[in-house]
Design a protein around this ligand. Structure first.
Ligand code: NAD
Length: 252
């Protein structure tokens, strides 16, 4: 039996022995659904300049907002077409053992896979909603998307004229502190954390597996590339999350 197969067997045993499983996911779980991540070769940071995308610059400059909307519109169209892959389906399959999925993703694929909405903590928000950055009115993403398709380059609020932005967290924008605290609580409460498809470098999200580790929770890390938390893993699987999840489900 090869090393990958042995590790998949170990993961299926760990899942069977656990009672309260937490998932922690990043952009890598969705690349096999056709949505690029940021840091893989050919990922979004090889196409766009990350320093352009800070919240501060979005609020200050109309041309930054226009570039932001152009980029987000391209991504939103991919997200609308995307279907969940086995990496998302594994968490749905865990059913009542699943405490939560803490995700950095904004694509809605965990929900599409069948994980109940109340168990999904979207730390970086969602691309499926839009918010006015001045009066905080919420807008339906699809309606705003149609306005952009008709030529509005950086849509504005119908009520106050403030800049509209997808309800996602940009660099320099604070996370929802109540949501983040819940993620840290779940990290201490679970008895197994499965981290998939994250470079584990984006803070404060990347502290969630560290909190779990400090609470004595075994960590499984599944990722194509090395991460700074590899040394903390009880089980480290180097490879594609979709393939790892598909083979794990075959053993459950
Ligand atoms: P990241 O881009 O920093 O890292 C992704 C990691 O996944 C990389 O280490 C890469 O090696 C790995 N990877 C890619 N495809 C994989 C696969 N099929 N199997 C296994 N590993 C794979 O992503 P991140 O750590 O989630 O970080 C950051 C930010 O990216 C978050 O803020 C998130 O909001 C945003 N983002 C989200 C989406 C999405 O919602 N789908 C897409 C792009 C970026």
């Amino acid at each position: 039996m090869d090393d990958f197969s042995r590790k998949i067997e170990k993961l299926s045993r760990m899942i069977q022995d656990a009672q309260r499983i937490a998932g922690f996911t990043g952009a890598g779980v969705s690349t096999e659904s056709g949505i690029p991540d940021f840091r893989s070769p050919g990922g979004l940071w090889s196409k766009y300049d990350p320093s352009d995308a800070t919240f501060d610059r979005f609020m200050k400059y109309e041309e930054v907002r226009e570039r932001y909307w152009a980029r987000h519109t391209e991504m939103y169209e991919l997200m609308k077409k995307a279907s969940p892959n086995p990496a998302h389906l594994l968490f749905a399959r865990l059913e009542e053992k699943l405490l939560c999925v803490i995700t950095q993703n904004i694509d809605g694929l965990h929900r599409k896979a069948g994980v109940p909405a109340e168990k999904i903590l979207e730390l970086h928000g969602t691309a499926e909603a839009v918010k006015c950055m001045v009066c905080h009115t919420n807008f339906d993403r699809e309606e705003v998307h149609q306005r952009v398709k008709k030529g509005e380059k950086a849509p504005k609020c119908d009520f106050c004229g403030g800049p509209l932005k997808p309800a996602t967290i940009s660099f320099g924008q604070p996370l929802d502190s109540e949501l983040l605290n819940r993620a840290f609580q779940f990290a201490k409460l679970c008895d197994l954390m499965i981290c998939m498809g994250s470079s584990l470098v984006v803070q404060p999200a990347a502290s969630v597996p560290v909190v779990a580790h400090r609470a004595g929770v075994p960590l499984v890390l599944i990722n194509n590339d090395p991460t700074p938390l590899d040394l903390l893993a009880t089980l480290l699987i180097r490879g594609a999350c979709g393939e790892a999840a598909r083979r794990t489900m075959g053993l459950l």
